[in-house]
Design a protein around this ligand. Structure first.
Ligand code: HAM
Length: 437
């Protein structure tokens, strides 16, 4: 009979066997973010829904259909003030909210923050697209220098390189600002009005609300229309053109390959000037393994003072799919260093103390529990993969001894129990320095 409960559609359990690969990816994110002088921020799993709506824009897919509402508790002593709440639908608006709320504009700018966190979006699940996915995000806030755009893009590039992922294609564009984008949009609308009947159902709606998004629609007919559409880069104002030129020059001088993609518009409305994506072919229909851009007006959209910024979100689930596909993922199983076998009542009473002692020394120590036969415990020790077994029997205890068995060869050595720490270290070696704190 199938189990009654299953992980909700579009979500996944990351099992212990998946952990080594995830650990490696998360460690790379932490180490690299640190080298680029980003500090970690953790925002709540849920926020006011309005933060996301205002942040990403009411007409975006996220705002229209992907938000996970959290049940409101509007009455009683724990009332949350009646504000509608939603699970984290993206990482940038919450970070800007925190920047404004904690007065980070008084710190030296830019304030550089990173996060590794779950993002929740209600979308049709498919390969590489989940309803809960994880992102490594970086946000550099309070500075307009194009060198910062290049630095953030470099951090993303180095992240994939550090994990050994090859063939990541950097796509770059500028979506202009509140001065030049409206001019482009009216041009685009005029062009699109001749092709309204050729657009897919989704884009027919977008035509009135969010025409820019038609440019990156995946439908065949829309692509044919988009291919001949005017390009935004031809409409940039002087400030945006010179910013884009400087970003490209920096990236070129850093020898990072990229392609200018005038159709790259991104799915969130807060972007201004620089936008970019990292593409990876062959991990399903979703080829963006990361994306980001500049959002110079976002803080003001959220009701705060001006705080220009640039950042990215890298989809870690897709990063891991890429690693698996390219054969660079880690699959090493975690094994105990030592497995304690205890036989008899007295030995079993001493086992918790011995395990604690071994663990205090830094060993990963496992054991079997309950009164089991020697054979069953040996089998358990074998399956655990521990290279050493410590065997404690009532008889040995009587003599103050413990046996250490090298599991592969079956070779056994006995030594006094009160010399366990030094004698075991002599056989197995000291555990790698793993300070707990
Ligand atoms: P985004 O493009 O919506 O941007 O997401 C960033 C990355 O998260 C995508 O490139 C993709 O790798 C991954 N991703 C998105 N949705 C899913 C999904 N349903 N399943 C699996 N992976 C997914 C943002 O969220 C912006 N906040 C990025 C940003 C930061 N811009 C500036 N700062």
């Amino acid at each position: 009979m199938p189990p009654h409960f299953r992980a909700p559609r579009g979500t996944r359990d990351l099992l212990p066997g998946d952990r080594p690969c995830w650990d490696r990816v998360e460690r790379a994110a932490r180490v690299l973010a640190g080298r680029y002088d980003f500090r970690r921020i953790d925002t709540p799993t849920f926020e006011e829904t309005a933060l996301f709506l205002r942040g990403v824009g009411e007409e975006t897919d996220i705002a229209q259909k992907e938000i996970y509402a959290v049940r409101r508790h509007a009455q009683g002593p724990d009332a949350d003030g009646g504000a509608a709440l939603a699970l984290r639908a993206e990482g940038t608006a919450p970070v800007i909210r925190a920047y404004l709320e904690h007065g980070m504009h008084t710190l030296p700018q830019p304030v550089k923050l990173y996060y590794i966190t779950s993002i929740f979006r209600y979308d049709r699940p498919q390969a590489g697209r989940y309803r809960e996915h994880r992102q490594f995000g970086a946000e550099a806030i309070g500075e307009v220098d194009p060198a910062l755009d290049a630095e953030v893009i470099t951090l993303g590039t180095e992240f994939y390189a550090a994990l050994g992922i090859a063939n990541v294609k950097l796509q770059l564009n500028s979506v202009g600002c509140s001065v030049c984008r409206p001019i482009y949009l009216s041009e685009l609308n005029e062009y699109l009005s001749d092709f309204e009947k050729d657009l897919c159902g989704n884009c027919a709606n977008r035509f009135r609300t969010n025409a820019l998004r038609i440019l990156d629609c995946k439908e065949e007919t829309c692509r044919a229309v988009a291919d001949r559409a005017p390009e935004i880069t031809a409409f940039l104002c002087e400030a945006c053109r010179s910013h884009f030129g400087a970003v490209k020059a920096h990236i070129r001088s850093l020898e990072i390959p990229f392609a200018v993609n005038p159709r790259l518009v991104r799915g969130l409305d807060y972007y201004t000037k620089t936008v970019f994506e990292f593409w990876m072919e062959g991990i399903g229909a979703q080829k963006a393994i990361g994306g980001g851009g500049r959002y110079d007006g976002l803080a003001e959209r959220l009701g705060g003072q001006r705080a220009p910024g640039i950042g990215f979100g890298i989809g870690l689930d897709r990063v891991i799919l890429s690693m698996q596909q390219q054969g660079v993922s880690t699959s090493d199983e975690i094994r105990p260093d030592v497995f304690l076998i205890s036989l008899g009542e007295r030995a079993r009473r001493s086992a918790p103390g011995l395990l604690r002692l071994l663990r205090k020394q830094g060993y990963r120590a496992a054991a079997s529990y309950g009164a089991r036969s020697m054979r069953s415990q040996m089998r358990h020790a074998d399956r655990s993969g521990a290279p050493y077994g410590l065997i404690l029997g009532d008889e040995e205890m009587e003599k103050g001894l413990i046996a250490c068995r090298e599991m592969a060869s079956g070779q056994q050595t006995e030594f006094p129990l009160d010399e366990l720490v030094t004698r075991f270290a002599g056989l197995a070696g000291r555990p790698a320095a793993r300070p707990v704190s």
